[in-house]
Design a protein around this ligand. Structure first.
Ligand code: ADP
Ligand code: ZN
Ligand code: ZN
Length: 733
């Protein structure tokens, strides 16, 4: 049979670990699928679902090419702007395009489900069904129940809602056979609200007003950094800035760090306007996620709220993109396609020609530098909204404190005073568990994970040692595995120990611990947050889960433990992240009438960077850090990429990266640092070796990556060593 489209070859993105598109002949006897349509293609001896990327006239003999088996979508499923975003991500992150597409598509679409919204199907009564007697169905109780329910709702009920009410489809089908009910496809209701505003917004302050005006005045692609201290009303600026766009029927995409952590913020977006809001969070089923995706694509959602992966949500009438807490580490994906949702947000806004707002009280130095260089418009909010005052930060010299007492006398006194005033205190430590180290007093043995080069954390409640890197668990040894001594002890402090200590020290006080362990059970985080919002006097003990975006009205004191570790970290971003964390924790205090106090317990109270932070002015710290980075050419003044191997034997990664790096022919200006063992040398029983690339400009960096990846691809050892590339890496450990 002659080909249907002579000379035409389809370029298809296939979920295979190769950085290329694959050629196929168009399907026989069918129309040519447009770019963005899914199709089934033969691949080796399997059938995979790929996405058509384009077509090409091909002179070469196409006899060897296989044909597309089946086209799944009649209309493109992926819009041109998202195809372009994928192209960008694939080339910027040097990642297989098929895998980029897989990151973009909801699971069910990846598996070939129809892109239909079954939520539009409704069961309705027929005229006969309206007068049918449920009693006649006494022997078919399920049908009876279904009939009764529909008679109570004569306008019809959505099929998925009936399923949720445990009405079985078979019962409905039986009623359908009797001619009593029908399944109809109804128009999705795109409600036209009488008024857009669902609640009256507060009058913006002067600085807020200026920011809102600037954003509303923007036409086309305009990146903004909304640089406002904690509690300055950034969320209010987003809400008011988006209003005219929503009025025009435009859609707003909002990225937030972790939706479950700040239900309050989500509710503010939901309550303000009479438009449908879709939240894409990790608690959704695959089907719900698909529906959210499709509804956003059909323009039904006015506001789409989601975490990092929501940057790939299709929008019919895009109006603006907002990245809240744009400094947050969760915006960077740490496996597979290691993308920065913050950077892709700016890229996507450019493709869509819409404004994009990056909001933060502690912007990443990369973002801040772009704003200072005039590439982003820099909007500043220096004051807290309403009457709230900024918190006072105090440094506590804790060098004399013994390891047995994690809290200084001054901190304990401050907590006591706070409780007396009927207010809340937050004790912050970024370490869960009881204590981070179990060791032998006689021979110095320390409990390490069998699979990772890190200490096991003692979890007293579970009576176990747990590795925070791979999850491995062990029983607590009675005797030292090194010398047999029973003189074992623990060192250091985690949230569990603090909780125990505080309960003993303040009997009767309510101690609320919030970390990943205490909130594992469904609903427990919400319950804890509700208690805190209630405002009754309490001591909160928590990790960074408590640092993000919360507005606790009666929290007036924060005590920060062990935060100065970051200032001495081997990671060059350590001080930046420590400073951000301290200011974010501080920013949870004093958000209403009573001003907040923050005690920073430190064993390095002379550290100059720590002193810069005490003014509470992030920019002072940022200036100092940017100065250091400029001197050594680190980001944002240079650009980094990381190649990391994971191998069963330590030498394998070293040899592979060593050989790949040793060859000539790299572009000038690119420095190779390494290969060296990763700071966490072993993880999940694999040795980790890394090679860093540093270049003052991006183009040579990308050319160097191309050269190195080509060598890796063809190196025989690369088959035994897993490896990955991270462009703009954040995790260097
Ligand atoms: P941020 O996002 O900068 O941390 P929020 O937008 O959450 O700040 O605002 C902090 C608090 O101040 C919230 O309770 C908010 O409702 C309130 N707020 C914001 N803007 C105003 C305003 N113009 N007038 C009165 N209260 C405001
Ligand atoms: Zn010992
Ligand atoms: Zn481990």
């Amino acid at each position: 049979m002659p080909p249907a489209h002579p000379g035409l070859v389809l370029k298809v993105a296939v979920p295979a670990p190769l950085r290329q598109l694959f050629d196929y002949l168009p399907p026989r006897g069918a129309a040519l699928p447009a770019p963005g349509c899914r199709c089934e293609v033969p691949f080796g001896n399997r059938t995979l679902i790929g996405v058509v990327w384009g077509h090409e006239q091909s002179e070469v003999a196409s006899g060897k090419l296989k044909a597309v088996r089946r086209v799944i979508d009649e209309q493109p499923l992926i819009d041109p702007d998202l195809l372009a975003l994928c192209d960008h991500a694939a080339s910027y992150y040097h990642h297989p395009i098929g895998d980029v597409v897989a990151t973009l598509l909801p699971v069910l679409l990846r598996q070939g489900s129809e892109a239909l919204l079954p939520g539009r199907l409704e069961w309705q009564l027929t005229a006969q069904g309206r007068f049918a007697e449920p009693a006649a169905l006494a022997r078919a109780p399920r049908q009876q129940q279904a009939l009764e329910l529909l008679q109570q709702h004569p306008q019809g009920l959505p099929a998925d809602m009936l399923a949720g009410l445990d009405i079985q489809r078979s019962a409905l089908v039986a009623l359908e056979k009797k001619g009593w009910v029908v399944l109809r496809e109804v128009e999705a209701d795109t409600p036209v609200p009488r008024s857009l505003m669902a609640e009256v917004p507060p009058t913006p302050g002067t600085e807020q007003q200026a920011a809102i005006k600037a954003i509303q005045g923007a036409h086309g692609f305009t990146p903004f950094l909304l640089d406002g201290i904690t509690g300055s009303g950034k969320t209010e600026v987003y809400l008011q800035a988006m209003e005219p766009l929503l009025k025009e029927g435009k859609q707003i995409l909002v990225l937030v760090p972790e939706i479950g952590l700040t239900p309050q913020t989500v509710r503010r977006f939901e309550k303000r306007f009479n438009v449908p809001v879709i939240s894409l969070h990790s608690g959704l089923t695959d089907r719900e996620r698909l529906h959210g995706w499709l509804r956003a694509r059909r323009g039904e959602a006015g506001i789409v709220l989601g975490t990092r992966s929501a940057i790939f949500t299709p929008l019919l009438r895009p109006g603006m993109i907002i990245v809240d807490e744009a400094h947050d580490g969760s915006l960077k994906q740490q496996d597979g396609l290691r993308y920065s949702a913050r950077d892709l947000a700016v890229w996507r806004a450019r493709l869509l020609d819409v404004p994009v707002i990056l909001g933060s009280a502690t912007p990443a130095l990369e973002t801040l530098q772009l704003a200072r260089a005039g590439r982003y418009r820099h909007l500043k909010l220096h004051n807290r909204a309403g009457d709230a005052k900024p918190p006072t930060l105090l440094l506590e010299d804790c060098r004399a404190l013994s390891g047995r007492e994690p809290l200084s006398p001054a901190s304990l006194q401050a907590i006591e005073d706070t409780l007396k005033q009927k207010q809340q205190a937050l004790i912050f430590i970024n370490r869960r568990g009881y204590s981070p180290l179990i060791h032998c007093h006689d021979c110095g043995w320390e409990a390490e994970c069998r699979h990772c080069s890190v200490h096991m954390t003692w979890h007293k409640r579970d009576n176990r040692l747990i590795c925070h890197h791979c999850g491995a668990q062990q029983r607590i040894p009675r005797h030292c595995p090194g010398c047999g001594s029973s003189n074992l002890g623990d060192a250091g402090t985690g949230t569990e120990k603090l909780e125990e200590l505080l309960e003993a020290r303040f009997p009767g006080a309510s101690v609320i611990r919030v970390d990943r362990d205490s909130t594992r059970r469904k609903g427990s985080l919400d319950a804890a947050l509700k208690k805190v919002h209630g405002g009754a006097p309490a001591i909160l003990v928590g990790t960074q889960m408590l640092a993000k975006g919360h507005h606790f009205p009666n929290l007036t004191l924060a005590v920060i433990l062990d935060a100065d570790g970051g200032f001495l970290s081997s990671d060059f971003r350590g001080p930046e992240h420590a400073g951000q964390l301290i200011l974010q924790v501080a920013g949870r205090t004093g958000r209403e009438q009573v001003a907040g106090r923050v005690l920073i317990q430190s064993r390095h109270p002379e550290h100059p960077l720590l002193h810069l932070l005490l003014s509470g002015d992030y920019h002072k710290l940022a200036d100092a850090l940017l100065g250091e980075r400029r001197d050594v050419g680190l980001p944002p003044f240079g650009h980094l990429a990381l190649i990391r191997t994971e191998s069963a034997k330590a030498e394998e990664g070293m040899t592979l990266l060593g050989e790949v790096a040793a060859l000539e022919g790299l572009p000038e200006g690119v420095q190779l640092l390494g290969p060296i063992p990763a700071p966490i040398e072993r993880r999940q029983a694999r040795f980790r070796t890394q090679l860093l690339l540093l270049a003052p400009d991006r183009p040579p960096l990308h050319r160097a990556i191309d050269v190195l990846l080509a060598r890796l691809d063809s190196h025989p050892m690369a088959r035994r060593c897993r490896w990955h590339l991270d462009v703009d890496p954040v995790d260097l450990l």
